[in-house]
Design a protein around this ligand. Structure first.
Ligand SMILES: Nc1ncnc2c1ncn2[C@@H]1O[C@H](COP(=O)(O)OP(=O)(O)O)[C@@H](O)[C@H]1O
Ligand SMILES: [Mg+2]
Length: 304
């Protein structure tokens, strides 16, 4: 069964006195049970609006959303009991402590203290139990927000920009934590991000959203192939090399050659490397590097 099946979602907001702004345009998306799915896109693309709709917090103007087979528009309460959402900019009652905040949400969800102790333990919040929200560091606020989102043991967890504004060390820790939660609890995670690295590290599949439209949707590797973004071999050498010798090797997409350094872009480096290296038998090679395209390259290609 799919964790999420959304079809033909549209969302408009009022823009000025008479106008309306189309924030989501015919968005359809399938999310598999148990995967980490990434929704990538620049600021203002519609990521938060989309996951607010999928988590029943916002109602679309048209379209359909099923969460584990439950119609989210006609039965939002059943969906609410099996999902939760954590925002990268958590806004909790500032004068309450970590424990009091979790108590507040556990009462809302109708849960007892065992749920609170489980998440305090899982997110290593014990040292901060009696610290007020407004005294927590950004990273600890994010952990509290994750803890809150795990209170009701959701089958489906939405994370809206979970590492936004964190320094790189803390961002790495939070990403590890997300992976651990996913692996230990076997839950489905949908996260939004504008960091390509984050999506590449965490997500099995991603959707790119631009101005409210999904413009690509696949596994990262598949997207790179679809975009025909080749792998690159960079060879640094000493001596003379005539690159016209490479022209007869099938599968080479591009060659960039400047003194002592040649970059060969190919669909698949493994299938050409032998033939390429044979052409270099008369020159002294100083360095060889093979690099894969990354999501940043995909994004740049899609954005234009
Ligand atoms: N409540 C709202 N009222 C009016 N416009 C909104 C509202 N929420 C979001 N928007 C607009 O919708 C667009 C998409 O916003 P959002 O979903 O927050 O994008 P993202 O999360 O990708 O940055 C933006 O142009 C934003 O200004
Ligand atoms: Mg957002």
């Amino acid at each position: 069964m799919l964790a999420v099946k959304a079809e033909g979602l549209f969302k408009f907001y009022k823009d000025g006195a008479h106008g309306k702004k189309e924030v989501l345009k015919n968005v359809s998306i399938d999310i598999e049970d148990g995967e980490i799915f990434g929704i990538l896109g620049p600021n203002g693309a519609g990521k938060t609006t989309l996951i607010s709709i999928l988590s029943t917090l916002t109602i679309p103007d048209s379209g359909k959303v099923d969460v584990f087979g439950i119609d989210a528009l006609s039965d939002p309460n059943s969906v609410k009991s099996i999902v939760n959402i954590s925002s990268g900019n958590p806004n909790f009652p500032w004068s309450l402590t970590v424990y009091e905040n979790l108590k507040y949400f556990s009462l809302l969800y109708g849960l007892d203290d065992t749920a609170i102790e489980k998440v305090i333990d899982m997110l290593e919040l014990e040292p901060f139990r009696n610290v007020r929200f407004d005294s927590l560091s950004t990273g600890t606020k994010q952990r509290l927000s994750l803890a809150k989102a795990l209170l009701n043991e959701p089958r489906l967890l939405f994370l809206d920009e979970p590492t936004v504004g964190l320094d790189p060390d803390m961002a790495i820790k939070i990403r590890r934590l997300i992976k651990r939660i996913h692996d230990e609890k076997g839950i489905t995670i949908v996260l939004t991000t504008h960091y390509m690295k984050e999506a590449e590290q965490l997500c099995e599949r991603i959707a790119f959203i631009k101005k409210g439209e999904i413009i690509a949707n696949a596994a990262p590797g598949e997207l790179k192939r679809q975009m025909k973004l080749g792998e690159t071999i960079t060879i640094e050498y000493m001596g003379q090399f005539d690159d016209s010798q490479l022209k007869d090797i099938p599968g080479i997409l591009d060659i960039l050659h400047e003194n002592g350094k040649i970059k060969i872009v190919a669909e698949n480096v493994e299938s050409i490397i032998d033939s390429v290296m044979k052409k270099f038998c008369d020159v002294h090679i100083r360095n060889i590097e093979i690099s894969q395209p990354n999501l940043e390259d995909v994004f740049l290609k899609l954005a234009h």
